[in-house]
Ligand binder design. Sequence first.
Ligand code: CAA
Length: 388
Amino acid sequence: MKIGIDQIGFYTPQYFVDMNDLAESRGVEPAKFTIGIGQSEMAVAPLTQDPVTLAANAALTFLDDEMRESIDLVLFGTETGIDQSKSAGIYVHDLLDIQPYARTVEMKQACYSATAALQLAKGHIALNPNSKVLVLASDIARYGLSTAGEVTQGAGAVAMLISANPRILSLENDSAYITKDIMDFWRPNYSPYAYVDGKYSNDQYIAFFNEVWEQYKGKANRSLDDFAALCFHLPYTKMGLKALRTILDETSEANQDRLQQLYEHSTTYGRKIGNIYTASLYLGLVSLLENSETLQAGDRVGLFSYGSGAVGEFFTGILEEGYEEALQKDTHRNIFAQREKVSVAQYEEMFTERLPEDGSEIMLSNENDPAPAYVSGMKDHMRLYTRK
Ligand code: CAA
């Protein structure tokens, strides 16, 4: 039985800051941000969007009533969750009107947890072929104003429906994975901002990729020649390219050109949104599928997932016949078309705004937020959510 991604959609808030403006304001050569890091724009979340609403809005790009009835497992991957106890998935389950007889849980391992969710979903479908799993990956990345990591922030979510006989990508079984206890990036409970050893994190990302790639080739008895395209976790678009370049000499020059060209397509959306942590790899996959004109049904796509701390996994999938028709290309184009550029000063104001932390009440208007699901307020330490 084939199991895999039947639907995939993303959402990002309507505000963005231009990387040229940010560079100028920080006294940095713009080419460092746009070429050296590879980011053009960075999504900025208003107070009315948090990881819960971003995830709900991502799922609403494809969800229909038949799916609402058949989803019996909701897995929410995030590293910027809103509560130490209650799963963000429960709010989404409610916002989306998913039938009540479902398991719902939040998962955490930095940017890797949505991949663990995907693999658990696959096992669940193998045992329950008629059910469907909603995998959500959602984050708002914050390193702090004027930090080295600032240019690699972002906000957004990806939602995926996992099922038997998927319409988009069937997952293969021979993935390779690794866990090692390292301190390249972490966020203690008391800090709204991530701590990161930037250069070390870059080196570890590549080392983890090389290790799982070697492990995968032995396990699956395949080579780079067996791949139409590779997608990477994209903390910034240059990062995956650095990893890809370490293995390119394993294939012909023609294949190298193709892999690099398709890599560029996988970065089109991320370049405009920034790092969305757990969702970044999957945003890269949507970007690849919606922007490539050469991929075909039957092609094998490789995916490298990396979550600092750290866990890495390389896994693969095969594109299904007619996959193009199952994509939400127009909806995604509209999400980009609705976006509004903000100045660096406006971004800084939005970045530092917080919901009350002392139990006081606030009600928020959505008059400037086109998203269907939004944070409508906070009362007695509880977030209030509304769906239009
Ligand atoms: N024109 C073109 N390129 C320029 C340039 C210019 N004028 N000036 C500098 N550059 C290039 C540099 O040569 C460099 O390129 P290479 O990496 O290819 O050598 C690039 O711009 C970046 O320059 P620096 O290394 O000097 O940048 P930095 O010290 O300011 O920090 C960073 C870069 C470490 C990525 C930092 O932004 C950071 O800490 N980011 C957060 C951590 C991160 O994203 N880590 C990635 C791996 S960990 C992970 O993947 C998990 C996760 O999601 C966090």
